[in-house]
Design a protein around this ligand. Structure first.
Ligand code: NAD
Length: 420
């Protein structure tokens, strides 16, 4: 489905386009073109049957001039260096764009979590955390969930990291990860944050474009954390879900699919396949769904040369990171389809991760209203900023978002210089 080998090249081409547009300082262009640190660990884990296996884990720290490195941990069989480098660079742009005092990082382990028992996954997560050691830290590099990981893995990471400190220091190390369960220091609203942020962003964008969410139709690729929350919140706004696709297959129903009911089904069955109140459809039919909005929320490069001409939506709102290839983006633009870019549309996750980190640091607990209100404020400010930049520079939404982010990092470097 995706061309992982070229993912960092794809990210680099997006960076180059924005850098050219703003005439980025050559020193800053050189620095930002590669990650600061690339950490690869091979670590052994005892399997349930007593045998041992070696796993490959990555932590790529792209940039920390805007604040501590920040970014998710992915458990997926196709995790590789180029992919993690691309994802780490997108985190740098995302934090800078949102004005969140974090930098950018990403990590992952090459494995299919469905092939391991919970006990094995716990040992893998803990061994990976231990292998990373002091390469992560609450003021240095703060992981979060991504594809194939969630609150469970974050709590295992937190607990493992805490064990490396004296009892008196442990409490202040809790914020080494975000996306934890509530009882273990997580934030209310973090679970739905990326989907919620996406809808807050689309609220502003659609108003600006004269489009009504209420009464509109949409379809979603990926029905995990991001996709299922985005779908439920879009439904709560009065939009109708017409089709969904995930690693198990595609389903559609022209009369609408209840997003809440589908989420309950997926939680039980592990995927959308077999959902009784829709019919199974082919992948091409899924991409050709006649709906106003498409939310890709699975893996990268799914909107590519073989799917772009099928899409009939007016808006592609990127829940996933890197779902649209540069070529597909051009094709969509020519066809009048607006792509609201990942570094803006899916930044609700890192934003509420920041709120969680602040709550842990100050021993505070915010209520859900406060989290949602603050998230809405940050998403609205950033979305209006991108729309304004797009008009001022007469460019596409992604280049406008990237130009704002890279421009902020340029200012930091120009004031600080490089040492020595
Ligand atoms: P998740 O593991 O909860 O869900 C992933 C979804 O993708 C699942 O529905 C899975 O079935 C689907 N999927 C996997 N392989 C697929 C394939 N080959 N074809 C179709 N669907 C496939 O992960 P998530 O956290 O929801 O992340 C989804 C995307 O959103 C990723 O690109 C991730 O980087 C991005 N993202 C996540 C967050 C977050 O807070 N979790 C924040 C920002 C961006």
């Amino acid at each position: 489905m995706s061309d992982h080998l070229n993912l960092f090249e794809m990210a680099s081409s997006q960076f180059k386009k924005a850098a050219d547009l703003i005439n980025l300082n050559p020193m800053v262009r050189t620095i930002l073109s590669e990650p600061q640190n690339e950490i690869i660990v091979n670590f052994p884990v005892t399997m349930d049957d007593g045998t041992h296996r070696l796993f490959k884990g990555y932590r790529i720290q792209h940039n920390n001039t805007h604040g501590p490195y920040k970014g998710g941990i992915r458990f997926h069989e196709s995790v590789n260096l180029a992919e993690v480098k691309a994802l780490a660079s997108w985190m740098t742009w995302k934090s800078a764009l949102m004005g969140i005092p974090f930098g950018g990082a990403k990590g992952g382990v090459t494995l299919n979590p469905r092939n391991f028992s919970p006990a094995e996954l716990q040992r893998i997560t803990r061994r990976f955390t231990y292998a990373l050691g002091n390469n992560i830290g609450p003021e240095y590099d703060i992981p979060a969930p991504d594809v194939g990981t969630g609150a469970r893995e974050m709590v295992w990471m937190m607990d493992t990291y805490m064990q490396m400190f004296n009892a008196s220091e442990r409490n202040q190390t809790r914020r080494v990860v975000t996306g934890k369960s509530l009882i273990n220091g997580g934030s209310l609203g973090r679970d739905k944050a990326t989907g919620q942020g996406l809808v807050f962003c689309f609220d502003v964008w659609s108003q600006h474009a004269g489009f009504e969410i209420k009464g509109s139709t949409f379809f979603v690729q990926g029905y995990g954390n991001v996709g299922s929350h985005a779908a439920r919140i879009m439904q709560a706004r009065g939009a109708r879900l017409l089709a969904a696709n995930d690693h198990t297959g595609s389903i559609g129903n022209a009369d609408g699919i209840d997003a809440e009911d589908l989420a309950a089904y997926v939680a039980q069955k592990g995927g959308v396949k077999g959902y009784p109140r829709a019919k199974e459809i082919a992948l091409t039919e899924f991409f050709h769904t006649k709906a106003d909005v498409f939310i890709p929320a699975a893996l990268e490069c799914t909107v590519n040369a073989s799917t772009d001409s099928l899409i009939q939506a007016k808006f592609v709102v990127e829940g996933a990171n890197g779902p649209t290839t540069p070529e597909a983006e051009q094709t969509l633009a020519k066809r009048g389809i607006t792509v609201i870019p990942d570094i803006l549309a899916n930044s609700g996750g890192v934003t509420v991760s920041y709120f969680e980190w602040v709550q842990n640091k100050n021993s505070e607990i915010w209520d859900l209203e406060k989290v949602d209100e603050e998230l809405n404020r940050v998403m609205t400010r950033a979305t209006l900023g991108v729309i304004q930049e797009m008009k001022a520079r007469k460019c596409d939404p992604r280049t406008a978002a990237m130009a704002l982010a890279v421009g902020r990092l340029e200012k930091i470097y120009m004031e600080r210089g490089i040492f020595p």
